[in-house]
Design a protein around this ligand. Structure first.
Ligand code: WTA
Length: 706
């Protein structure tokens, strides 16, 4: 028999050790089931592989088509799938115009500015229609934009952002929103990559009580874009407070224009929605990446709209009379699919919130929910953890009632899930843990909330019409219930899948298909599994547990430890509010784990808690994963979308340069963490060691969030 050490060291790359315990099922209440959009289990049969691809007609039929399609799925040029070929439709018409007959005076958006004294604004469907038309007229006649052109937005969470998106969609212009929290330089690179001639921005916006100068980033963006050969003709600048200008940088004559001033010529103008081919691109969404050319995920009009409408209806259980609040940023794919296009296609009322979750205090979200009568709530584990940390008892003080809550963006630890369920959802709301990514347009994994029970820490089975498979490194199928993890792939095309990487079709094939496609000449979609980029394990009941990005794995002496399972173990320590695991290069074991921990409020850092953290990992996972150091820090460096930037703390742990931190929500904390860790490491006799270029690259790009 081979000795244990050897067997474990030769584990296949894909086999991330899985140590999470199986959790018990929880069932939604009868009240929820009684009103759900999908409560008949036969829906799974309708979307079974046998009925693929025609099953997706059911989603496409939620839309109004100017021309019905002749071919549901064209697979003649793999993996560039085409959905609803021959069909024509307009996304803006589907989100706005078609609701006017019955819902003109209903709120499409309720916008909540961050300053609590500022008035909440209601944008009815009628008003949305007027404003989208005016903006479309301005883009067409003042900027000369037409179908197929690209426009970059660098807009915060204000109603003008969806208005601009829908105005572009009305004309067939392809929009590319860059998250407002990103730097001017990041925006500039994306302007150049997309070939946008127009940038739309805002002078300033509120975040954490401060009115941030945002126009300054437009000037940086233009400098970078121009340096990369872009020719930007116009910068349109919205004003956060009409008539006032809150930026230190001047408006550049002949290039920069205040939208409110130019708009005077376009008031009350109407623009007919352009019937676009189903495969015309609707928008680009750039994914993270610090190095190399940015990756613009290109999404289609027909397939994408069908997919987000269908999944919003069944998985978020959105009805027209709900008040839905997705607490994400529109600058993220979640906001595109599940704030703008999906919910508006269904004609519901959505809350838009400008600011930081816990501003001015952690009771804010629950006050908003109570005041506006929110009944569907959608957010990310990081926000849930933060609100739990800052105000664990706050939800109970407010009189709102959620019927459904969604979590998205990263695996949610069962401990955190339970707080979400019991405290935020008051034990009554159904939870959907929706797993997907920028590239996929919409959900890939989730329970159907009235049909399948919830299981904390698992997203559930795949969504309707999605057929996943988990492969090991050799391309062998990892069986459900085997307790082994591997690389999760989707075997089939689906309408929400991105069409390509903008301008980089070879990279698209290379990144998502090359790994498991054995016959690139094949025209059969069965030969083209889509690599999601996540590690996953499937339980015997078919539920998936997502372990995080394949690259977020720490290989300690041959044991592939997922950051998430390490962090989940640490969250069993009651004092811990947040945890992040990073690798440290080690002569002996290859990599060792260092754990960053933020505590519940009011608690003091101390040796005792460090020991508890180490013990938790030993008992939940094993001695091999025992962290070298536990750093108790005031907060984690995070992106504006709330993902922990593991590469920053990984760099600190390895005495490496932290790189660009300008896109962080809280760049100020980095220096403090660095000093604290360096000081303690020095006291413990740890010295910086020279890293090879390859090691440095691994550390400085650890984790995907950026
Ligand atoms: C992770 C966000 C576990 C996953 C929509 C994926 C999740 C990456 C979940 C994509 C979930 C997203 N459970 N992990 N419910 N949702 N992820 O492109 O690692 O910003 O690959 O899209 O987030 O992030 P992206």
């Amino acid at each position: 028999m081979a000795n244990l050490e050897e067997t474990e060291a030769s584990l296949s790359e894909a086999q991330i050790a899985v140590h999470w315990r199986e959790e018990e099922y929880l069932y939604p209440g009868a009240r929820f089931i009684g009103q759900a959009n999908a409560s008949d289990p036969a829906i799974y049969e309708r979307f079974s592989e046998e009925h693929f691809p025609e099953c997706f007609r059911e989603y496409a039929d939620l839309l109004d088509w100017d021309q019905y399609w002749h071919t549901t799925l064209d697979t003649s040029n793999p993996p560039f799938w085409k959905w609803f070929v021959g069909g024509r439709l307009n996304a803006s018409y589907n989100c706005v115009d078609r609701h006017l007959a019955t819902k003109a005076n209903k709120a499409a958006f309720i916008w909540v500015p961050e300053p609590e004294g500022d008035q909440t604004q209601i944008v009815t469907y009628r008003e949305l229609h007027r404003r989208v038309n005016e903006m479309a007229a301005l883009l067409r006649d003042f900027c000369g934009l037409k179908a197929g052109d690209r426009v970059t937005f660098h807009m915060p969470m204000v109603p003008e952002l969806p208005i601009c998106m829908l105005a572009c969609a009305r004309l067939g212009v392809v929009h590319s929103e860059v998250f407002a929290g990103f730097s001017g330089a990041a925006c500039g690179g994306r302007i150049a990559d997309s070939g946008s001639r127009v940038l739309i921005t805002m002078d300033a916006y509120y975040r954490d009580g401060k009115l941030l100068d945002h126009k300054v980033k437009a000037d940086e963006a233009l400098a970078v874009a121009t340096g990369q050969g872009a020719q930007v003709e116009k910068v349109l600048v919205w004003r956060r407070r009409p008539g006032e200008y809150h930026s230190a940088t001047p408006m550049t004559e002949g290039r920069d224009f205040f939208v409110d001033e130019v708009m005077k010529d376009y008031l009350r103008k109407q623009v007919d929605p352009v019937p676009m081919p189903a495969e015309a691109p609707l928008f680009l969404m750039y994914t993270s990446g610090t190095t190399g050319r940015p990756k613009g995920a290109q999404h289609s009009t027909g397939g994408y709209m069908a997919y987000v409408a269908g999944t919003s209806k069944y998985f978020l259980d959105i009805h027209p009379d709900d008040t839905y609040w997705c607490f994400a940023d529109i600058g993220w794919i979640t906001g595109h699919s599940y704030i703008v296009y999906g919910p508006l296609a269904l004609g519901t009322t959505s809350v838009l919130y400008e600011g930081a979750p816990a501003y001015p205090d952690p009771g804010r979200p629950w006050r908003i929910a109570e005041r506006l009568g929110v009944d569907i709530f959608h957010t990310a584990p990081t926000t849930i953890r933060m609100l739990r940390k800052l105000g664990p008892d706050e939800p109970g003080k407010h009189n709102y009632r959620f019927k459904l809550m969604c979590t998205v963006g990263e695996p949610i630890e069962p401990e955190v899930w339970r707080w979400y369920h019991e405290v935020v959802g008051k034990g009554a709301a159904a939870i959907v843990d929706t797993w997907w990514m920028t590239e996929t347009g919409g959900f890939l994994g989730s329970t159907l909330p009235a049909i399948k029970p919830m299981k904390p820490g698992s997203c559930g089975p795949s969504t309707l019409g999605i057929y996943p498979v988990i492969y090991d490194e050799e391309g062998k199928t990892v069986e459900a219930g085997s307790g082994k993890a591997g690389n999760i792939c989707i075997r089939n095309p689906w309408p929400g899948i991105m069409q390509t990487i903008w301008g980089q079709p070879e990279r698209f094939v290379q990144t998502y298909y090359a790994r498991y496609c054995h016959d690139t000449a094949s025209k059969d979609w069965h030969d083209w599994p889509f690599l999601c980029g996540d590690g996953a394990v499937q339980a015997i009941d078919g539920y998936y547990r997502i372990l995080g990005r394949i690259d977020d794995v720490i290989n300690v002496a041959g044991h592939r430890l997922g950051t998430k399972e390490l962090e989940s173990a640490v969250l069993t320590v009651p004092e811990v509010a947040e945890a992040a695991a990073v690798p440290v290069i080690d002569e002996v074991r290859g990599r060792v784990v260092e754990m960053y921990v933020a505590l519940q409020p009011g608690l003091q850092a101390g040796r005792e808690i460090e020991d508890k953290v180490k013990m938790a990992i030993e008992t939940e996972i094993g001695k091999v994963a025992r962290p070298k150091n536990v750093w108790i820090v005031p907060d984690m460096p995070k992106t504006r979308s709330g993902k922990i930037m593991r590469r920053v703390i990984a760099s600190i742990s390895n005495f490496a340069d932290v790189g660009d931190i300008t896109t962080l929500a809280n760049p100020d904390i980095v220096e403090g963490i660095r000093r604290q860790v360096y000081k303690q490491k020095t006291e413990r006799g740890e010295a910086p060691r020279e890293l090879s270029a390859k090691e440095l690259e691994e550390i400085q790009s650890f984790g995907r969030a950026d």
